[in-house]
Design a protein around this ligand. Structure first.
Ligand code: PEP
Length: 235
C-alpha cells in the first residue's frame, strides 16, 4: 500500500517538523512496510527521514532560470527531493495548468528519474454525463504522459470529491480503477475526502493500491491511524 499526505498550503516549517516526528516514530514503532509519502509546502522541504518519503507538490521543468515564483530542479536537488506530485486538480483547475504544460513537466521530471504521483479526475459535470464521457475525459488527461514510466504512481481524484466530504461509491471507485488498470501497471491511489472512517474500506477495494489524502492527513494522528488500517489489510 501507498499512503500519501498532501499538505497543500498548510503547515509551517515547525509544524511540519512536529508532524514528521509523529509519523516517523509511528512508522518505525510499528515496523510499517507500506510506502508513506508526505508533500509538505516548499518552505518545509528541508527534512531528512529514514522511513517517510518527502515529495514536492509542484516544480518548474527547468534546471534553474528566470521563472519568478517557481521552484526548479536545482533547488529541489539541494534538499534531496526525488518525488513530485503532477497534475493535481487544484493546479489544473485553480491555477490553470494545461495538459500541455503538465505533460512537459512530467517528461522533464521523468527524465530526471523522479518518482511521479500523477493525478487525474473529473469534475462533477463530467461525472453526470455517464461513464463513457468520464473515461474519455480521464483518457485526455493522459495525453503526452508516458504510462510505461517505471517510477509512476497514479492517483484518481474526482475534482468534486476533493475537500468536499463527498466520495464516489465503492463501485464507482472500482469502475474507474479497473479502467485505469487496463491502461497501466502503475500503482493506483484513490484521493478525495478520504478520512479515518472510510480509508480502510477504500484501500480494501479491488485495484486500489493506496490513498492520497489532503485535509484528513493534516492531523498526524489521523494519518497514522490510516497507516495502521493499511497495515491491517496486508494487501
Ligand atoms: C487532495 O488534495 O489530493 C485531496 C485528496 O484532498 P482531500 O483529502 O482534502 O479531499
Amino acid at each position: 500500500m501507498i499512503l500519501a499526505a498532501n499538505f497543500k498550503a498548510n503547515k509551517t516549517r515547525q509544524e511540519t517538523q512536529a508532524y514528521m516526528a509523529v509519523v516517523e516514530s509511528f512508522v518505525s514503532a510499528n515496523a510499517i512496510e507500506d510506502t508513506i509519502i508526505t508533500f509538505p509546502p516548499f518552505t518545509a522541504l528541508e527534512h531528512t527521514s529514514r522511513n517517510v518519503l518527502i515529495g514536492v507538490q509542484n516544480g518548474y521543468p527547468v534546471q534553474n532560470g528566470a521563472f519568478t515564483g517557481e521552484i526548479a530542479l536545482e533547488q529541489l536537488e539541494e534538499f534531496g527531493i526525488k518525488t513530485i506530485l503532477i497534475g493535481h486538480s487544484e493546479r489544473r483547475h485553480i491555477l490553470g495548468e494545461t495538459q500541455e504544460q503538465i505533460a512537459a513537466k512530467y517528461r522533464f521530471f521523468a527524465d530526471q528519474g523522479f518518482a511521479i504521483v500523477y493525478c487525474v479526475g473529473e469534475p462533477l459535470s463530467v461525472r453526470q454525463q455517464g461513464e463513457e464521457v468520464l473515461l474519455s475525459y480521464i483518457d485526455a488527461q493522459f495525453e503526452g504522459i508516458d504510462l510505461s514510466y517505471l517510477d509512476l504512481i497514479i492517483a484518481y481524484e474526482p475534482v468534486w470529491a476533493i475537500g468536499t466530504g463527498l466520495t464516489p461509491t465503492n463501485e464507482q471507485i472500482e469502475a474507474v480503477h479497473s479502467a485505469l488498470r487496463r491502461k497501466t501497471t502503475a500503482p493506483l491511489l484513490y484521493g478525495g475526502s478520504v478520512k479515518v472512517n472510510n480509508a480502510g474500506e477504500i484501500m480494501a477495494l479491488t485495484n486500489v493500491d493506496g490513498v492520497l489524502v489532503g485535509s484528513a492527513a493534516l492531523s498526524a494522528s489521523d494519518f497514522c491511524e490510516m497507516i495502521a488500517q493499511a497495515a491491517e489489510l496486508k494487501k
